[in-house]
Design a protein around this ligand. Structure first.
Ligand code: E4P
Length: 228
């Protein structure tokens, strides 16, 4: 399973890359807002860092960038997506999972512009983007589980559908808005290709009280070993 960072903050992207070796980045308008920069500056800064790190190429380090959420017709989505994708070849353009979004993603993929169909909340919404060749589909996990739903079957259903029809691995399933280490595990057990989460979730996933206790136990043994 690949790990993406859900953030547009450069300090977080750099830390997640150097510490955890993340495989890509996802952004959305909320993350851009949180970066404190205008949209174009925030995405240009990510593009510049990709160049500095020698990570150019969507297969090497994909970065999902969402179109202006006010655009709700396919034609304008397509022209907006083309402008964003011209900035950096690592960008996969995030398009909402609506009727217009599916049409736009289909047209963009035909022209070689890679897409991430986002805001997916049901397996039904995940099928057409795969059939039309989108590179990514983003079923949201955290938003649903925050409302009391258990997403394990929902992820597994998408994985199984993709396996049934040869989409698995071609359209990669990004489990999005992952908020807890347990959700990492649920996504991995279900066979998701990718999870995307904030930096704090990565940090939490490497914390365990027994690990801390074990380190302290071994430190004590070390300190009481004859000759140390
Ligand atoms: C993923 O692609 C989305 O940007 C994301 O997971 C939504 O996350 P948020 O709820 O943290 O904004």
């Amino acid at each position: 399973m690949k790990y993406f960072l859900d953030s547009a903050k450069m300090d977080e992207i750099k830390e997640a890359y150097s510490t955890f070796g993340i495989d890509g980045v996802t952004t959305n308008p909320r993350h851009i807002q949180a970066s404190g920069k205008p949209f174009l500056t925030a995405i240009q800064d990510i593009a510049d860092w990709i160049k500095e790190e020698g990570l150019e190429g969507i297969d090497k380090f994909p970065v999902s960038v969402e179109i202006n959420p006010h655009i709700e017709d396919a034609e304008t989505m397509i022209s907006e997506a083309k402008k964003i994708s011209a900035i950096c070849k690592n960008f996969a353009i995030k398009i909402p999972a609506t009727e217009a979004g599916v049409a736009a993603a289909r047209a963009l993929e035909k022209e070689g512009i890679r897409t991430n169909v986002t805001l997916v909340f049901s397996p039904a919404q995940a099928i057409l983007p795969a059939k039309n060749g989108s590179l990514f589909v983003s079923p949201f996990i955290g938003w649903k589980e925050a409302n009391g739903e258990d997403c394990r079957q929902y992820i597994k259903d998408i994985v199984d559908i993709y396996k049934n029809y040869g989409f698995y691995g071609k359209t990669q399933i990004i489990c999005a808005a992952v908020r807890t280490p347990k959700q990492f595990v649920d996504c991995a057990v279900a066979g998701a290709d990718i999870v995307t989460a904030g930096l704090a979730v990565y940090k939490d996933s490497m914390k365990h009280a027994y690990t801390r206790q074990g380190i302290e136990t071994f430190q004590d043994a070390w300190d009481h070993t004859a000759g140390n």
